[in-house]
Design a protein around this ligand. Structure first.
Ligand SMILES: NC(=O)c1ccc[n+]([C@@H]2O[C@H](COP(=O)([O-])OP(=O)(O)OC[C@H]3O[C@@H](n4cnc5c(N)ncnc54)[C@H](OP(=O)(O)O)[C@@H]3O)[C@@H](O)[C@H]2O)c1
Length: 342
């Protein structure tokens, strides 16, 4: 493949606070050849996800960060154009979290776990769904809410970043579980859409003068399940409104992306935990990867039955990867942010 060019985004420096476009640099290399038992995949869609902020650091959290000069980590889905693996043929569709921010990638099928390569059936759903509701964000919403949040019919479930990739699904699954779903988002048009897909009520956290009071007003009997995608001031406001026996799912900390690696300056909420006897649970989707198929099967069935909607926010072109990622950190995405490559 030496006559073809692979455009790739490399990490150029570690950001101090919120990342900026110059933290990455694009380079061009000849398209690599797959080695023994490997496949070459031409990306069709790439994903940007908030976890990528954690990878832009020399420190490890649950996994190692991207080294300077290395291809930025990320998931993608594309077409197999060369195969040295008996189970893969040209034209198959491959999805993997090991694709990276690049147009072509050499992947190694057979790895078990999140770094593995999954064969996608385009008859089930458009292939880009494997980066959203039929992929990692869907699995996050499914297990995070149902297994960790443990919603019961009649519960009030509060979701932050409610119109995002994970949040929109959490709210709709909460409704399927017979709950009352409360959206917290940063824009009225996002909240309007959340209402359209089934959330009962919403709060614009940019507009609420007193966020704690705003949560109390819409959750008069308290918050039974808090699916926290943001941390920060939203977290503090909801934690002051927990019901007795509430479950708090700590899924993400996007509000703290600008102070990555530094201590959270939020209040200490232990007193609220005593009063509410709530449980608070850190969630990592990769702990549930062994049950991935179960979640995807259930999500696909619900989708086929028209039980939930899903909004994507599409940019086009590999050139726009940094811009696409930064949109997440500034709340500019409306729905799951993906980038169409070819
Ligand atoms: N633990 C896990 O295994 C796991 C897996 C997947 C995702 N996550 C986490 O889940 C969260 C949502 O991920 P996603 O992929 O669904 O992203 P997303 O919600 O589609 O996009 C990010 C959203 O975060 C909100 N946001 C940005 N800055 C904010 C701030 N300062 N304060 C409050 N909200 C802010 C914005 O929505 P608004 O306009 O509404 O502010 C933005 O649209 C992230 O924190 C992510 O890290 C965790």
């Amino acid at each position: 493949m030496q006559n073809l060019v692979n455009r790739r985004w490399l990490l150029a420096r570690y950001p101090e606070g919120t990342p900026v476009p110059n933290d990455w640099v694009m380079d061009q290399q000849p398209v690599p050849d797959p080695g023994p038992s490997q496949i070459l995949v031409k990306a069709k869609w790439l994903s940007v996800d908030p976890y990528m902020r954690g990878r832009m650091s020399p420190a490890s959290n649950y996994t190692k960060g991207v080294g300077l000069g290395e291809v930025m980590h990320g998931g993608g889905v594309g077409e197999v154009v060369a195969s040295n693996h008996p189970a893969w043929k040209i034209g198959d569709i491959a999805e993997s979290m090991s694709v990276g921010w690049q147009e072509w990638s050499v992947l190694t099928p057979g790895i078990v776990g999140p770094a593995g390569v999954n064969k996608i059936d385009p008859k089930i759903a458009p292939i880009e769904s494997s980066l959203s509701w039929l992929g990692m964000p869907g699995i996050t919403a499914y297990f995070g809410l149902l297994e960790v949040g443990r919603p019961r019919p009649g519960d009030t479930v509060v979701v932050s970043a409610a119109s995002g990739a994970v949040g929109q699904l959490v709210g709709q699954i909460a409704k399927l579980a017979g709950c009352r779903a409360v959206a917290i988002a940063g824009d009225d048009s996002k909240l309007k859409w959340c209402r359209e897909i089934g959330f009962d009520v919403g709060i614009n956290y940019h507009k609420a003068a007193d966020l704690t009071a705003a949560v109390k007003e819409v959750c008069p009997t308290g918050v039974d399940v808090f699916f926290d995608n943001t941390a920060g001031p939203i977290h503090d406001a909801v934690m002051r409104n927990l019901s007795i026996g509430a479950r708090v799912v700590i899924c993400g900390r996007i509000a703290l992306a600008g102070q990555f690696g530094k201590p959270d300056i939020g209040e200490r909420f232990m007193g609220h935990l005593i009063v509410s006897r709530a449980s608070i649970h850190g969630f990592l989707v990769f702990d549930w990867w062994h049950r991935r198929d179960e979640a995807l099967r259930r999500l696909a069935n619900w989708r086929r039955e028209g039980k939930f909607q899903f909004k994507e926010d599409v940019l086009e072109g590999i050139e726009r990867m940094p811009e696409a990622f930064l949109r997440l950190l500034h709340g500019k995405n409306f729905g799951k942010q993906i980038v169409k490559i070819s």
